[in-house]
Ligand binder design. Sequence first.
Ligand code: WQD
Length: 338
Amino acid sequence: MKVLLTGGAGYIGSHTAVEFINAGYDVVIADNFDNASPLVLDRIERITGTRPTLYELDVADAAAMDAMFDKESFDAVVHFAGLKAVGESCAIPLKYYRNNLDTTLTLMECMKRHGVTRIVFSSSATVYGIPERVPLVEGMPTSCTNPYGWTKYMNERILTDAATADSELSVVLLRYFNPIGAHESGLIGENPNGIPNNLMPYITQVAVGKLPRLGVFGNDYPTPDGTGVRDYIHVVDLARGHLKAIEYAAAHTGTEIFNLGTGIGYSVLDIVNTFSRVNDIDIPYDIKPRRAGDIAECYADPKKANEVLGWRAELGLDEMCRDSWNWQKNNPGGYTLD
Ligand code: WQD
């Protein structure tokens, strides 16, 4: 089977490419490298022995997309391409709506023209907004608290309505919780531009000496130690969830939603303390005020993915912390020429 990964040179896309190649799929990556490095292709080849076919393009460019679909006969698409920084989306919302919706609409129109009927979409637990209760179940209400989240919500709607109108279409919406970690080789990993917004890359940059101290955003939440609780999932477990999703899409039509999480909530201080213990590195931190838009607790009920997809997260927090550090210590500047 030949699968297109839009945004496949990114953090989750590259890990998914590795798992798909190892499972025997023919992988094609389309990426404009806005938020990824071309070096990722070399690293995927070093890990798997296979170099994915690459198209450097903007997924919103219909002509370029048609040319690629004319040349390749895809069996399915995994759609990662999109801007994904919550804070940035509040500063430049129009760019987020234009980019994240245009890419999806252009891709869906192109798939229709070329008779490709299976798509797995990279959605996010952020569509649950401020949850009334946890753990989160797929049928719970959705509402967003930032433009990035709304683009994920709107893309879910676009794909769902497309599948309602076209009985041959198969849409799988994967709601990610908090992906962290890296491939055990340390060759691919999270490579944020500038100062990291997310917790783990900030911790690893403190550990490697790029940043002096971690700011813990609030310790007065109604949680066991007062700091925010999230469902951290190893990026390799997340990537393997996409394999199960593609198999599911091949055997079904219509739209299905799955939470990809471990079902376990850990606090910020749990992450800091586990990282320090596993890697024997002290992470200095200061308690700071709460970050605007943050919620106290967010973790998944992964029962549906466990039972329907036959997928379960298998890697624990120790492996997530070990592998995050292994990537960062081997790539202190991220993807740079070897
Ligand atoms: C986790 C916890 C912070 C940084 C976001 C997006 C979500 C998804 C994952 C894309 C929170 C605390 C963080 C720091 C801190 N992205 N924190 N100091 O906000 O749960 O989710 O990333 O799909 O859509 O919303 O992740 O890693 O930013 O924060 O104390 O320097 O760590 O308050 O409790 P978040 P995060």
